[in-house]
Design a binder for this molecule. Structure first.
Ligand SMILES: [Zn+2]
Length: 570
């Protein structure tokens, strides 16, 4: 152990390695290409990072930036002057910090020994650039503000000594203290060292976004189906026999497997199972396994413990825990990864799970309704799906027929959707024309009920008040007779929503009338803006949306007009 004589080594070793090569567009500090960047740019950048990611994530971000730089400087310091004692050489780090213009470092105590091992350091930071950023852009923080510097100190010391060293900024001018003071010790001597080292891990936002997305989907679903028991419309025998099976099995805890093409209404049926069961007061959670990336599916379903993998910043429950006491609907179950399949089997068999990265076993009480549109037995044969899991979930299998096998139900469903969308769009039509009905019956419906629903919705949008919904409106074909049959087919298959001709007609009439009444362009603009402002109750953003302008563009026009009015009055 040795107390260091705290005097900086000769700075010329460092200065000699700093080369400005403006003709080449380069600056070199020894082996490192460096850049000279204004503080203002960094300042704006930090502000933006904090407003997008929040202070905690922003802090980690800048600590890592300092960390990468400290790591490289440690390598440089070890090579700079091989004759210097380790203690002397260590001080190249603080000197490089100063040379880079980031901070002046006053070493107060430095005492380390690589063999024991032992490390203790106290430094004062004077004129930290991060404090200046606070002063200029961010304002005083409620915690120490020298994040990049701290990351640098941790990385530099650890990589220089080969020990695991952590610094804390114990007082900081960025939070209103008189000095910036840091203390460094071996990591394990800090009681919160594990939590602290999390800050140096990358923290992708993506899994948090998935979590939020799934919550929104659940909420949307509960808004969409406010009825106690979701209706399952249909009278065609292949459907009614499926429905009988579903209703009989609902009030038990049996794992149910729904097999059917996409768009056949499996999720509505799963909700029905839940609503008719003794669990109806518990949660209903729907998961589309195909919509979640395979590497996240396990943590999505079963939860994750803090630190289990890069980005797992905090522990959170998975969908199974959230469905505790209720029902979970697993759509596209064939997409589950092998590990997720194994964990699912355990939930079914033992009613227990472990979060990813956890050793604790948790009990859950969840009823499972699974669904697939592929042949699971074939997937078992191909080795894509576990046989033991297959037999577990296949015990109560219900086949949902595609719409083309229950054509008698098309009229019933179309009428149901017509009522729903007339209500939603506050429109009253005369219903489907006979030709339109015939076209619905003729169509093959590869997208099943969902496709039918979309067609009816489109029909309602395109049909005038108190008119019949035509075939053209349903399939959005231009009602021009001269269209060749080929072109009509093309339009039909693309399913694009097209504006009907009457809108074009309306535009032309409008233009005629504006001109006939000698309304100038400026007057027209004023009229439109006033009307939009009135309709949106003087809310500029809302008015801008009505006008198809950005908020800024409308604000500019309003201001320009006010300026004119003022100068007129003056
Ligand atoms: Zn500070």
């Amino acid at each position: 152990m040795s107390e260091v004589h705290l005097q900086y080594p000769d700075l010329s070793h460092l200065i000699d390695r700093l080369h400005f090569k403006p003709t080449e567009g380069k600056i070199w500090l020894a082996e490192q290409r460096s850049i000279l960047m204004g503080l203002g740019a960094l300042s704006s950048f930090r502000k933006e990072i904090i407003s997008t990611l929040g202070q905690e994530r922003g802090k980690g971000f800048f600590m890592r930036l300092g960390y990468y730089s400290g790591m490289r400087d440690a390598e440089l310091a070890r090579k700079l002057n091989p004759d210097a004692s380790p203690e002397k050489a260590f001080l190249f780090g603080p000197q490089m910090h100063a040379l880079r213009g980031m901070v002046k470092v006053i070493p107060l105590k430095l005492d380390f020994c690589l063999d024991t091992p032992h490390f203790y350091a106290e430094f004062e930071w004077i004129d930290s650039f991060e404090v200046e950023i606070c002063r200029n852009a961010l304002g005083q923080l409620n915690e120490p503000a020298c994040w990049m510097l701290l990351g640098y100190a941790c990385a530099y010391s650890s990589h220089f000594t080969g020990l695991d060293i952590q610094f804390r900024e114990v007082t900081c001018r960025g939070q209103g203290d008189a000095h910036c003071l840091i203390i460094g010790k071996l990591a394990q001597e800090w009681p919160d060292h594990e939590e602290f080292s999390q800050l140096f891990r990358e923290a992708p936002l993506i899994d948090e976004l998935y979590e939020l997305q799934s919550r929104i989907a659940d909420l949307e679903l509960s808004i969409q189906y406010p009825e106690d028991v979701p209706r399952a419309l249909g009278e065609a025998p292949p459907f009614t026999s499926a429905l009988t099976m579903i209703d009989r099995g609902a009030n038990s805890d049996v794992t149910m497997l729904l097999i059917g093409e996409t768009g056949t209404g499996k999720e509505v049926l799963a909700r029905r199972v839940h609503s008719m069961s003794a669990r109806s007061q518990g949660p209903f959670v729907a998961v589309n396994c195909a919509a979640i990336p395979p590497e996240l599916i396990e943590s999505e379903l079963f939860g994750v413990e803090k630190g289990a993998y890069t980005g797992a910043m905090q522990s959170r429950p998975g969908r199974f825990e959230r469905a505790d006491g209720g029902t979970i609907f697993l759509d596209e179950i064939i997409e589950l990864s092998p590990r997720a399949q194994a964990a699912l089997l355990r939930v079914i068999q033992e009613g227990e799970l472990e979060r990813v990265g956890d050793t604790r076993t948790r009990k859950v009480n969840v009823r499972i309704v699974a669904a697939t549109n592929e042949d699971l037995a074939a997937a078992v044969k191909a080795g894509r799906f576990r046989a033991d899991l297959f037999y577990r979930i296949n015990a109560y299998m219900v086949v949902i027929p595609p719409l083309r096998e229950r054509r008698n139900d098309i009229a019933l469903l179309a009428e149901h959707f017509r009522q729903r969308y007339e209500k939603q769009y506050r429109k009253k039509t005369l219903g489907l024309s006979d030709r339109a009905m015939e076209a619905l019956n003729r169509h093959d419906w590869p997208g099943n009920i969902r496709e039918l629903e979309n067609a009816v919705e489109r029909g309602i949008i395109l049909t005038d008040e108190h008119s019949s919904i035509t075939e053209e409106n349903l399939f959005s074909i231009r009602p021009k007779r001269e269209l060749s049959d080929d072109l009509r087919k093309l339009n039909q298959s693309s399913g694009q929503l097209e504006k009907p001709d009457h809108q074009q007609l309306f535009r032309e009439t409008l233009a005629e009338q504006v001109l006939a009444n000698q309304i100038g362009i400026n007057d027209l603009e004023t009229l439109l803006i006033d009307k939009a402002m009135e309709k949106s109750e003087q809310n500029v953003s809302a008015a801008a949306r009505l006008l198809g302008l950005s908020r800024a563009a409308l604000a500019y026009r309003l201001k320009r007009r006010d300026d004119h009015t003022e100068s007129d009055e003056a």
